[in-house]
Design a protein. Structure first.
Lengths: 649, 649
């Protein structure tokens, strides 16, 4: 059947078809089982061809490349210049001034002493600088992960009653978060984090930001007894119950005035991008000024709550504090798993965003190994989970960062702070920390993204709002669960309900397109052309068969109603059908038989390489007849419309 | 940009391009939010348009149609004829003679008395006959589900030590299996069972068949103390440990001779399809003959184990025996959920297979409601989980069944047996039941299907073997779990790693095809054409972008090596991209920017209706420029190759 057919002008179609050169649909060259599996494994786990640089190198060079793959710093350090260092120094100092007050506040979200926040901005950034491949990310504790660690851990151990075990649980969770992160990267399973949809992440982040801001009302209003729940109803109830006697006006004045100051600086920074450093150093300035005032006026005696005491000195070793057995061990694994995944999602999203802006490549899997290692080491040196921070990474970028050296600069500044300056934070009012956190997390509420999602995809918007409302009305974990479930549901929907469309011929062309999209695309009498827009697998094969039958039935009814010739040929455009499995072939067989009973011939147009190979292997080609498989819809229509015309005559 | 462009002959491409009429890529008419959601909901839950017959009917007619939708028997009973009854009667008598000995044997697999097997072939088929829409399915207990119920329940309660509670647990599981089945159908979530892939089901069924056959060695060899485990290693160990004293030669002689008889009749039935009734009644004949011989020679005194006693009378009420609280309640829900899903998968697969053979429609969701209702009622009338049986349905079909009346005939025969004949089964040797079960389950091992799967899709074959080996070497539940996990992994693989292919131009045509499939498809100098074969969603957007970048990089390297012009245009053929979400648009934007930095223009060809609408909504069209979106790859190449030629000159 590979010959050449020149059918006469397609009578019934009303359009002039050019003479058609019939080309046979080819099966691709046989690959063999091992090559088949190899190619699937490669595309799944090594689609970025991570080993391509290793090809054709000497063993010594290969070893060097291997070490460099784990520690990219070895690669770029050799090309490091003084000009780059200038950029890194400025960026590092800027993010250090931003991270110190944030760290102290975030530590409170995680229910640990402020010093642990600072510890987490010392060791992890140093590790990351050696192993990470992002040049723009700023490493340290972040608001959402701190909140997540705080709520999950306090559900297991009360941090007030049993602070020692609580802290141990936090380190355990950090350890296992690192193990999970590094494990995913090592096993090249990094693509798993892609299963959290962008829309769900936007909703989750926005909800978490509002939840965090609400939590700050405790420090902001100077309330002493506050609910432990995070949902908006409990929090507002707690706030108004305390309205009469629980609020402290001095605290509110301090908090409100500095929050205004911070928001104004943020606004300035947004209007003039050269003044990015204004909002970046504003928090530290607020801390210094407010601390000074509280100290001068001894406002702490008026009920203004202060940080009190922060231990001096850098991170002590904490490896002996990690639980490796008992019930807190399994809880630690669970919490570490959840918080680790959220931290990973945030860090990888940041790394990818900035890499795309500066056009360099990020290896997601390597990145995960770096982040995981940094958290494992962190858990042994009194840190809790660190990751990439949206706000600080943006500042880092705008300050002109060149390499991960800015993280080293920041880490050194934090270490110096821990060694020498922490006593000065004694009189820092909690209200300032609350104001700093509120102003920071507001940036996580991405209304523009939500509007864009609404415009583009309503179902995505539902996912976004589901996660958002779940977080603020129920809890952070439930919101996260909703986000994951909706993301998965969307994937399953995509897989089980692929689109099928009816095609028509565009006037004066040989091009067949969706009749809904192109209203002037004309259907050809007696012929129904259906395109199936997905691989046909067990998960959708029944749907595809039933949907195709329904198209045929509807078209037959239409044809009868309008006195058109009955459908004699159903052409399935197979171009988008990238793969088919046994269930899929079975379904097509059933469709073929069912159509034959109605005296309709099934025609396939342009099956892809994998599909045609499988159609041959399953002997389906013999069943349908090789002559009923065409290279293009145009070829098929040319032949079929002739036959329709002959039958009509 | 909607005008007409007639570019000059595409110089660089080496082929003669006809003058191109440029048609604008249209966005489909706006649908609005509610219509959007409505269409998604419809395609997901009501793709078969179940309400289409209700349109434009009077209320009375609508009510009748509604009742008829729940009880299809009302519809077909009016057209029932004596000729049809003749077919149903013969089929019903045939499957009754087959089901009675099978039921007694299967009840032993579920660790319940033989009478419960017979009960389950009385009430459920009656209910199904009224509500079900399959004409060919034969309802009753089946081997795999019996084994599953037996192993899952005995893990909770020992049937020897506490037979009363064990039986209650079985009824509880049956009740909830029915609730789950009907619930899925009622919520129109029937498509969920499509997530168990055909390959995994083939492997699971084959493994279960071998496990069941191995379990029969106890009765077949007359062993008294037998392992409770179902894995092949434990069973064979148990068999050989008993070899010296535990085997009973009289039992073996009876079992082996009748198994030979059954297999010979099966062979005869296969060779001559008109003699289908020979294997169908052979089990009953074996039972009668062997019972007679055992009674005459009192072989039970020689150690031949017999059925002993079966209570007379039809199903007693058991609604008070179902657990509605306590720990057995939750266990019942769990077991019911698992066994109910397996039963559903089997029944729906059977119903669909025979419906396709006779070309009538099955509504999967209605079918589930029927099956669920029948099990709920069954659990209240001393039945355990019933479903469609592969072997008996095939016999039913071959015996010329016309409607579900054959199930009614079978149920009446079973009821008469229960009322009058059960005492006669007293001397039936267990070895005969073992032989009947072995001969029945051998039909579940579908080696042809496994070979076909191997030929078509190696990954599917791995799934099949994973489930198969899991069942025979570990346990039925683990095998089932492996089947489900592999099925899901395959779906996720499909979604995260869509295929991307490089297209080339077929000689003497304007058709662009996969260069791997069509080796003579030629790439056009300076232009790279990539087709993405899937919707671009969050789950694969990063992969698509990175993979496209890699194609470009590789092609640039090739071009440099062979002294070809560098790539100036990347055309993405979007036909198969049926949908895109925010993450997907984001990825394409990043690709556009990254290519622009390399002085390569990104071109999109033929985005579908949903995609083009979203590209407009997200303002991406403005970013890339409307002139860079073409209706076909041919149009795009015509314009681009001219520019490449001009730049070369």
């Amino acid at each position: 059947m590979s010959g050449t057919i020149n059918p006469p002008d397609g009578g019934g179609s009303g359009a002039r078809n050019p003479p058609v050169v019939r080309q046979r649909v080819l099966a691709p060259p046989k690959a063999g089982l091992l090559k088949d599996i190899k190619s699937v494994v490669e595309e799944t786990f090594f689609h970025d061809a991570p080993l391509r640089d290793f090809k054709g190198q000497t063993p010594a060079k290969k070893a060097l490349l291997g070490i460099q793959a784990v520690f990219p710093i070895i690669g770029w350090a050799r090309e490091y210049t003084l000009r780059k260092f200038r950029g890194d120094l400025i960026a590092g100092l800027t993010i250090a001034s931003l991270c110190i007050p944030q760290d102290i506040g975030y530590a409170k979200l995680a229910n640990v002493d402020p010093k642990y926040g600072l510890y987490s901005s010392f060791v992890p950034p140093l590790i990351y600088a050696g192993m990470g491949s992002s040049r723009d990310i700023a490493i340290g504790p972040v608001a959402v992960v701190s909140l997540l660690v705080g709520t999950l851990c306090q559900a297991v151990i009360d941090p007030k009653k049993n602070p020692e075990d609580y802290l141990r649980l936090v380190f355990t969770a950090t350890f296992f978060a690192g193990i999970f992160q590094a494990g995913l990267g090592f096993l090249r399973l990094g693509f798993l984090i892609d299963f959290l949809s962008h829309a769900a992440v936007v909703g989750f982040m926005g909800g978490a930001a509002i939840t965090i801001a609400l939590q700050q009302l405790k420090g902001f209003l100077g309330i002493k007894t506050f609910t432990k729940k995070t949902d908006i109803v409990s929090v507002m109830h707690s706030v108004f119950k305390n309205a009469e006697h629980g609020w402290n006006w001095q605290t509110i004045v301090i908090g409100a005035s500095f929050l205004t100051f911070l928001l104004v600086t943020k606004f300035i920074g947004k209007r003039n991008r050269k003044l990015f450093w204004v909002p970046a150093i504003a928090p530290l300035i607020s801390v210094i000024i407010s601390t000074f005032f509280v100290f001068i006026f001894r406002a702490d005696k008026q009920g203004v709550q202060i940080v009190k005491h922060i231990d001096q000195g850098i991170n002590p070793i904490s490896v002996h504090k990690i639980f490796f057995s008992g019930k807190y061990f399994t809880e630690g694994i669970r919490i570490g798993g959840i918080a680790g995944m959220v931290a990973l999602t945030e860090a990888v999203a940041i790394a990818r965003t900035f890499a795309a802006m500066k056009d360099y490549q990020i290896d997601g899997n390597k990145e995960m190994i770096a982040l995981g290692t940094m958290n494992v080491v962190g858990s042994m040196t009194s840190c809790y989970i660190a990751t990439g921070s949206f706000s600080r990474s943006a500042v880092n970028f705008m300050a002109g960062v060149e390499t991960a050296v800015s993280n080293i600069v920041m880490a050194i500044v934090v270490a110096l702070t821990l060694e020498f300056i922490t006593p000065l934070f004694k009189y820092t009012p909690n209200a300032i920390l609350a104001a700093i956190i509120i102003s920071a997390v507001l940036g996580l509420i991405d209304i523009d993204a939500a509007i864009l999602i609404w415009r583009i995809d309503k179902l995505d918007f539902l996912a976004c709002m589901g996660a958002f409302l779940g977080v603020i009305f129920i809890s952070v974990e439930i919101g996260l669960l909703i986000a994951v479930v909706i993301s998965f549901a969307k994937i399953l929907l995509q897989v089980t309900r692929p689109r099928t469309t009816v095609l028509g011929k565009l006037p004066n062309s040989n091009v067949y397109r969706n009749t809904l999209q192109y209203p002037d695309a004309a259907q050809i009498p007696g012929i129904l052309i259906i395109r199936v827009d997905s691989a046909i697998y067990f998960s959708n094969s029944n749907y595809v068969r039933e949907r195709a039958s329904r198209w045929v039935r509807e078209e037959q009814e239409n044809a009868k109603e309008y006195g058109m010739p009955a459908i004699r040929f159903v052409i399935i455009e197979m171009s988008p059908v990238t793969d088919i499995d046994t269930s899929g072939i079975h379904s097509i067989e059933e469709l073929l038989k069912s159509l034959e009973k109605q005296e309709i011939q099934l025609i396939l147009a342009n099956p892809g390489p994998v599909v045609i190979e499988k159609l041959y292997a399953s002997k389906f080609v013999e069943e349908i007849g090789e002559k009923n498989i065409f290279l293009t819809v145009g070829d098929a229509v040319a032949v079929c419309s002739t036959e329709v015309a002959e039958q009509q005559a």
